[in-house]
Design a protein around this ligand. Structure first.
Ligand code: MN
Length: 748
């Protein structure tokens, strides 16, 4: 740690530059830690030693001014310390670090300074208004502690007060940022006084001519009715005293900015501004507010429709007051605002004022607790116009449907929650997404499917050597924008590959049908489907399927109708593949039917429907009357029972599979096999099962489901199966389908 931070002081140390602050904090009634404040000042002074502002003044004048404004707001010791130190970590990193600040001034001050340092990341230059909203949200989202925003506003206020010395371009940008980001923030926090000053200052830089004109108009109007407000005050004051009300009277005019805005928004001339003059009456109790209102209405004629009771219905930013507009001397209208002292504090300082009130002067109390009253206030504010705005601004969890991140340049990006780094890459630009090879979050390499958190800085690493996005990305991304950009890329760049993939997918779809079409039929089906979908040819359809430009669900129905038109499955045998298979192994099929009964080949065998034996199963034959030999599994209940039956005993024959007849691999005859499946009731269950079968290219011959209990289903499946090995493979894959409890071989 360095001695900059450890500054000690004695009686000779000069604290006159922070006199104004010490005047407030040394008040014995308050519990400020003046020593800590003095140390923060000395630390900042040492850190900024030798630095000057653009104006040529020593840099330390800025933190002092900010700390003064913070003190004026009524914030606590830690806030004042943070105000002194707010520029040290960034501007004087060789002299002090966040860790140093934490060690000397504690965690709270360090967190505040850190929050203030991070806010400098935000780049507002030349942003459209829509982005300004993101920036405001980001400021709130980043501020875990509301005091960060209070101090930031004070910092901005002083920068605006001293903006005149900066270069023109810099001035414009800062003024714009103030107008669009900081003044609205101050407004949402109800900090009227800071808001108005920020707006006036910003306007004076953004439209110096307009500002000058309105100011001159105000002067002129004042000149015309020089004594109007003074006389009215006197008159009102006399009356209120008669009623024994303890009050303060303020005469004021609208700010230059508020009149300027009214003139432009409502297209009014200066002389049409209604409530140019205003009187403010500040009393002690709420009851006195209404009493004073009665007195005013007795004294002056009121303008109908101009009375507003913001005491019983406060504005969303907590503002409370009674407003009325009345006609004064010479027919000049003026507005009267009546409120209690506490309401006045809130009107001027907003959340900060409340914070000050509720905290008493104990700086240790929990900030979150102090903020909870705000949400209570908001809860009662149903229907008020700005409520939503205010909530969005203040309650960070309202921002929870979006993730706000920074680009390395300080731009703020907002995407739906759950968006991955790939989504963000595509949100920046399709080229960034297409060339993305990696990403960093806060400077650390992160997997590209990572979901970043609000406030993180993300950097997309691109490479011109990148071969483009991966098809997997389509399943990873969250936003449809990213998905469609990825598809576009595939559509453009990978046609031959898409066609191959699309062809395979269509092939898989076709293999789900009862009868497998021949290659020629396939080509015809796909061509026909393409036409029906309004595409040029089969290649285009395969391409579209390949880059996911069309959803399979859209293709399926057309594919099926083309299949039915061309293949006419009803006229085909039920067992698939037989045509092909029989040609291939003509002899053997005819020789044994695959089964040898009592040593004899070529018997007329049938496979029993009750147990559907598979090559590899232990089997037994039963000589039927006139229907050849029926082959059962040895453990088939019918067989087990039949063998025990003396009347049938002579008709059971030894049977075995003719393994010479057995051709391993695909293209063998398929045997129907029944499966019994228990599963939890779930909407996706059947889809998952059929998808799994389709993936294995297993044909599904029948399926029926029964509800067993409220949450359990029994599903009977018949599938085409080559042999016992194939069956076991199917079984084990089905067992792994989600929600499936058990799968067993079924018996009819
Ligand atoms: Mn500053």
């Amino acid at each position: 740690m360095n001695d900059m931070v450890n500054s000690d002081f004695n009686e000779q140390t000069d604290f006159s530059p922070i006199e104004k602050i010490l005047e407030v904090t040394e008040d014995a009634d308050k519990s400020f830690d003046t020593d800590k404040i003095k140390r923060a000042y000395l630390c900042a002074k040492a850190c900024h030693e030798g630095q000057t502002r653009v104006s040529g003044e020593p840099y330390i004048t800025h933190p002092i001014a900010v700390a003064e404004i913070v003190t004026g707001l009524g914030l606590d010791t830690d806030s004042i310390c943070a105000a002194f130190l707010h520029d040290t970590v960034e501007d004087c990193s060789e002299r002090t670090s966040l860790a140093d600040i934490r060690t000397v001034f504690g965690n709270d001050v360090a967190l505040l300074v850190d929050g203030l340092t991070k806010m400098k990341l935000i780049n507002v230059e030349d942003k459209e208004e829509e982005n300004m909203e993101n920036i405001r949200k980001m400021l709130l989202a980043m501020s875990k502690d509301i005091r960060v925003i209070f101090i930031k506003l004070c910092d901005r206020l002083h920068n605006m007060r001293t903006l005149g010395v900066k270069k023109d371009e810099k001035r414009r940008l800062t003024a714009l940022e103030t107008m669009h980001v900081y003044a609205p923030l101050a407004h949402r926090l109800g900090m009227q006084k800071i808001k108005q000053e920020l707006e006036n200052l910003a306007l004076s830089y953004l439209d110096p001519i307009g500002y000058g004109e309105v100011s001159a108009d105000i002067e002129r109007k004042y000149g015309q009715n020089q004594n109007f407000i003074e006389n009215t005050k006197e008159y009102v004051s006399k009356k209120l005293s008669e009623y024994n009300i303890n009050f303060t009277l303020e005469g004021r005019v609208k700010t230059v900015y508020s009149i300027y805005r009214k003139m432009f928004n409502q297209n009014k001339s200066f002389d049409e501004i209604y409530d140019f003059y205003a009187l403010r009456i500040i009393v002690t109790t709420e009851l006195e507010c209404y009493t004073a209102l009665g007195i005013i209405h007795e004294m002056f004629k009121s303008i109908p429709g101009r009375f507003k009771d913001y005491i019983s219905t406060p504005k969303p930013n907590m503002y409370q007051s009674l407003h009325t507009t009345v006609i004064g001397r010479d027919g000049i209208p003026f507005e009267v605002q009546i409120r209690t002292r506490e309401m006045h504090q809130v009107a001027e300082y907003g959340v900060a004022a409340h914070w000050k009130y509720k905290s008493g002067d104990k700086s240790t109390a929990n900030i979150d607790e102090k903020l909870s009253w705000i949400s209570k206030l908001i809860d009662t504010e149903d229907g008020a116009v700005d409520t939503e705005d205010f909530m969005r601004a203040l309650k960070i969890d309202i921002i929870s449907d979006e993730t706000l991140v920074f680009t390395p340049k300080g731009d703020v990006l907002s995407l739906p929650i759950g968006s991955t780094l790939i989504d963000f890459a595509y949100a920046i630009h399709s080229e960034i997404g297409n060339k993305m090879v990696g990403a960093k979050i806060n400077g650390m390499i992160a997997p590209i499917d990572r979901v970043p958190q609000t406030g993180e800085i993300i950097e997309i690493i691109t490479s011109s050597a990148s071969k483009g996005p991966s098809r997997d990305w389509l399943n990873i991304v969250k936003t449809s924008e990213a998905r469609s950009k990825i598809r576009q890329w595939f559509k453009k760049e990978k046609r031959p590959e898409n066609i191959k993939i699309g062809m395979a997918e269509l092939d898989r779809e076709l293999s789900r049908f009862k009868v497998r079409p021949t290659d020629a039929q396939k080509a015809e089906i796909i061509q026909g489907t393409a036409k029906k979908l309004g595409m040029k040819d089969a290649e285009d359809l395969c391409n579209a399927v390949g880059y996911s430009g069309i959803a399979m669900t859209k293709v399926q129905a057309k594919l099926k109708s083309e299949y039915e038109r061309i293949v006419k499955p009803d006229e085909q045998p039920v067992i698939t593949d037989t045509s092909q298979v029989q040609v291939k192994k003509d002899k053997k099929v005819r020789r044994s039917g695959g089964v040898i009964v009592d040593g004899e080949y070529g018997c007329d065998v049938k496979f029993a429907k009750c147990c559907n034996p598979l090559p590899g199963d232990d089997i037994i034959g039963f000589v039927t009357r006139g229907y050849g030999i029926s082959i059962h599994k040895k453990d088939c209940p019918n067989a087990v029972e039949g063998i025990r039956n003396p009347e049938m005993s002579g008709r059971w024959k030894h049977a075995e599979w003719d393994m010479d007849d057995y051709v391993p691999g695909e293209g063998k005859p398929l045997y129907e096999v029944m499966l019994q499946l228990y599963a939890e009731n779930n909407i996706m269950l059947l889809a998952d099962i059929t998808a799994q079968l389709a993936e294995m290219k297993v044909s599904l011959l029948s399926i029926n489901t029964k509800k067993r209990t409220d949450n359990e289903m029994l599903i009977n499946l018949t599938v085409g199966c080559r042999d016992i090995e194939h069956y076991e493979m199917i079984l084990s894959r089905l067992k792994r389908v989600r929600h499936v409890i058990s799968v067993t071989r079924g018996f009819a």
